[in-house]
Ligand binder design. Structure first.
Ligand code: C2O
Ligand code: CU
Ligand code: CU
Length: 462
């Protein structure tokens, strides 16, 4: 049984739904063991049950609560109907063999099979897990969950609320409609029709009155870029993509959070009023994603009680001795592509490219064998990556295995660290990486229709 504490009970239902996740704490440095069973279910998101929903266990996928520096063993069993899968631990700087990329780091987990992932989270923060095989179909059906890696120190929050932001693509009958549309894949991607938080439409969540609350926002949607606001309380943005911000600031304007990205907010829950999480839509209207309701007697905490998050143990890139590498995210002239016959959800279209190559990383021929890395980095060396989006669409660019340190306009490290960098229309960005983790890491757009139609490649560290 998971540890049930007041804090997990506060977790807005997900902690409780997570009862399917069993864990035991072993002694003597042995790993803490978790089980995730990928399976099909029916779940009511709209007015009537949706068939063909995928989850881990029952209900919404559980929040996986790991501890920084503590070994974990996560046994993933595939009970999906006639489908193969893997699990990728998004943002965790894991050993390559545990990265969950089919044909590159492991064979897909077949029906009835179990694969045990073993790793020790180096970094504390908010991360997430999802399949990397049939990614569009499986995430769209529900396979995605939040990972909380707890700091070794107690940060003194009265509540810790993981909020998983995602859409479901449902028709008027509450059943799934096609996840892939070539017309959309070649543009911004197919948006979902029902916005949810923790698989609920505008849930009302309890938060301790006057308490210091940590919200962990994770965008696990395959397409939607959020423009978030908090109404009814002043929040501080304390971490992005799991990594503490060097200068946590007040959340004043919209917080843009793209597929794959996370943000940690800290706030003092008002004792007598609601707080709403809003998403501003393209037409300027605010859509209520969730509301927090004060519960219990006033704890009387103040923003001054907020303790700074300890920095994660990241090796710093050495910019003075960094080689520069250019990556151009562009259109692909190919259009159609031959069906590779891959079992991880290949689509016969190529609309996008990185450095003019339309890549596909989830097929046996290209994943493990054929696709040449976009760059080969020397282990232990530092690199400056210049990222350029020459298209008019948004691309949240994600790199596995290595942390990306943002470089500011003055050419210096800003202190902010990301695993997913949003490049908006015709945007560019510079990041630095320290190539400390050997592997052939996937580098792709997290709009999954883009990933599946060419916006994917490999960066090798050896
Ligand atoms: Cu979140 Cu390659 O993935
Ligand atoms: Cu990842
Ligand atoms: Cu993209």
């Amino acid at each position: 049984m998971p540890r049930i504490t007041r804090r997990t009970l506060m977790a807005g239902g997900l902690g409780i739904a997570g009862l399917s996740l069993t864990s035991r704490l072993a002694l003597g440095g042995a790993p803490e063991v978790f089980q995730l069973v990928a399976q099909e279910t029916r779940f009511t998101i709209g007015a009537t049950p949706t068939a063909g929903v995928f989850t881990y266990g029952t209900g919404a996928p559980p929040v996986l609560r790991l501890r920084q520096g503590q070994p974990a063993r996560i046994e993933v069993t595939n009970r999906l109907p006639d489908d193969v899968t893997t699990v990728h631990w998004h943002g965790l700087r894991n050993p390559f063999a545990m990265d969950g990329v089919p044909f590159l780091t492991q064979y897909p987990i077949g029906p009835g099979e179990t694969f045990a992932y073993e790793f020790t989270p180096a970094d504390a923060g908010t991360f997430w897990y999802h399949p990397h095989c049939n990614t569009l179909d499986q995430i769209s059906r529900g396979l995605a969950g939040i990972i909380v890696v707890q700091e070794a120190t107690d940060q003194g929050f009265d509540a810790d609320l993981p909020l998983m932001l995602r859409d479901f693509r449902l028709g008027g009958d509450d059943q799934f409609i096609p996840f892939f549309k070539p017309r959309n894949a070649a543009r911004g991607g197919s948006l979902g029709t029902v916005q949810t938080v923790n698989w609920a439409v505008a849930p009302a969540l309890a938060a301790p009155a006057g308490g210091l609350v940590r919200l962990r926002l994770a965008v696990t949607d395959v397409t939607r870029v959020y423009d978030l606001r908090l109404q009814g309380a002043e929040a501080r943005l304390i971490a992005l993509d799991g990594h503490p911000l060097p200068m946590p600031g007040a959340l004043t304007e919209g917080l843009r959070l793209a597929p794959g990205q996370r943000a940690d907010l800290a706030l003092v829950m008002p004792a007598g009023a609601e707080v709403s999480l809003l998403n501003r839509l393209a037409d300027g209207t605010d859509h209520v994603l969730a509301t927090l309701h004060p519960e219990g007697s006033d704890l009387g905490r103040s923003a001054a009680d907020l303790r700074p998050l300890p920095p994660n143990p990241l090796p710093l890139p050495d910019l003075a001795n960094a080689e520069t590498l250019d990556f151009v995210f562009g259109w692909s002239p190919d259009g159609k592509a031959p069906d590779s016959g891959g079992i991880c959800g290949d689509v016969p279209f190529r609309f996008w490219s990185i450095n003019r190559v339309a890549g596909n990383v989830d097929t046996p021929a290209e994943g493990a064998n054929g696709l040449a890395p976009l760059a080969e980095l020397r282990r232990g060396a530092s690199y400056r990556l210049r990222l350029l989006n020459e298209t008019q669409n948004d691309h949240p660019i994600h790199l596995h295995g290595l942390a990306m340190h943002l470089i500011g306009p003055d050419g210096r490290l800003t202190g902010e660290v990301r695993d997913t960098v949003l490049l908006r229309s015709h945007d560019s960005a510079e990041v630095a990486v320290m190539a400390d983790n050997p592997g052939t890491w996937v580098f792709h757009c997290h709009v999954i229709e883009h990933q599946k139609t060419g916006l994917a490649g490999l960066i090798k560290v050896a």
